[in-house]
Design a binder for this molecule. Structure first.
Ligand SMILES: C[S@@+](CC[C@H](N)C(=O)[O-])C[C@H]1O[C@@H](n2cnc3c(N)ncnc32)[C@H](O)[C@@H]1O
Length: 309
């Protein structure tokens, strides 16, 4: 991968349990069971809500009130509902390949009282966008593009679904999240940087295993321009929950490290593996459950571009 990517701990490393329906080419650890990930995708997006709200406020300042918003790769619809909230005059269509996630999105829209202007559409991106009835004034794609084999073709398909003057907002990249100081008093300093390197390798394998995968320089404004759009801005948004942090952030950190241990534990050296085990042992004073220095610092980048009118 050419760019510095923030893959998030929610981005997978699970083996699909039922490979019989699997149309992907994954043969190792890169198939993602999105349905199994639902609770985690949902709680993570909830934790990151302040970041999304600031990103959507930024979008709101850049454009006139959208009539139709498409959330491409919406997952369980946390951000789709935030979009409905931020743009009270808009109808939101949450689009995803995993129907059970859309079921969660609909339930959420119901709970939040926006169901009357909330739809879902199940199918494979980007082709499924052909089934959206009207051109979108805002197409939001948050950490979904990088799961599509041909990102350039997908961006062209996204652009084609925009109304003249409509905005494409891509949330991709940013920085790897940080949970702990460099030196945590046990093991060898720099554990998170080494985990990031393993995650980066996993990400490259994940992309290589996608159907129709195409290697691409991930310069989003350049690719948006190639798709016929005019880039209008790039901005990064922080989630900054300093130590001593909240129980929710702690739970997220613990879940993230658990996944890394399960996914990459065998690729770590014995010292790092032992450190990770201590960090995850709820009985250990040095664990992320009990230690006072746990924090959550993350940055996501949003790229916008407009379809010329
Ligand atoms: C990392 S999640 C992001 C969810 C949400 N946008 C967010 O930012 O929290 C990626 C989402 O893209 C969906 N997805 C991945 N590949 C897809 C494909 N080929 N077609 C449709 N949806 C896909 C997954 O089901 C998942 O919900």
């Amino acid at each position: 991968m050419a760019h510095h990517h923030e893959h998030d701990a929610d981005d997978g490393h699970e083996h699909k349990h039922d490979v019989s329906h699997d149309h992907r080419h994954g043969h190792g650890d890169t198939d993602i069971d999105w349905n199994e990930m639902a609770p985690r995708l949902e709680s993570q997006a909830e934790l990151f809500t302040p970041l999304y709200e600031r990103a959507l406020a930024w979008l709101g300042h850049k454009q006139t009130e959208p009539g139709l918003i498409v959330d491409a790769g919406s997952g369980p619809g946390v951000v789709s509902c935030l979009l409905a909230d931020a743009f009270p005059g808009a109808r939101v269509v949450a689009v995803d390949g995993t129907e059970p996630l859309l079921e969660r999105a609909r339930a959420r829209a119901g709970r939040l009282g926006v169901a009357d202007r909330f739809d879902t559409l199940a199918g494979e991106l980007p082709g499924v966008l052909d089934d959206v009835e009207y051109p979108a004034d805002l197409l939001w794609a948050s950490r979904s593009l990088h799961h599509l084999g041909d990102q350039r073709a997908a961006l062209t398909a996204f652009a084609a679904r925009l109304a003249p003057g409509g905005t494409l907002a891509l949330l991709e990249g940013g920085l790897p999240a940080r949970f702990l100081p460099r030196d945590i008093g046990i093991g060898r300093p720099g554990l998170q940087a080494r985990l990031d390197a393993l995650e980066e390798e996993w990400f490259a394998r994940m992309r290589a295993d996608l159907p129709g995968t195409v290697a691409e320089t991930e310069d989003w404004p350049v690719l948006m321009t190639a798709a016929g759009l005019r880039p209008t801005g790039t901005r990064s948004f922080l989630l900054d929950l300093p130590a001593p942090t909240t129980d929710r952030a702690r739970a997220y950190v613990a879940a993230s490290l658990h996944r890394l241990r399960d996914g990459f534990g065998d690729r770590l050296d014995a010292t790092d593996r032992a450190t990770l085990d201590r960090l995850l042992d709820p009985e250990d004073r040095a664990s992320v459950h009990l230690r006072p220095d746990v924090f959550l610092l993350a940055a996501h980048t949003v790229y916008t571009a407009v379809r010329p009118g």
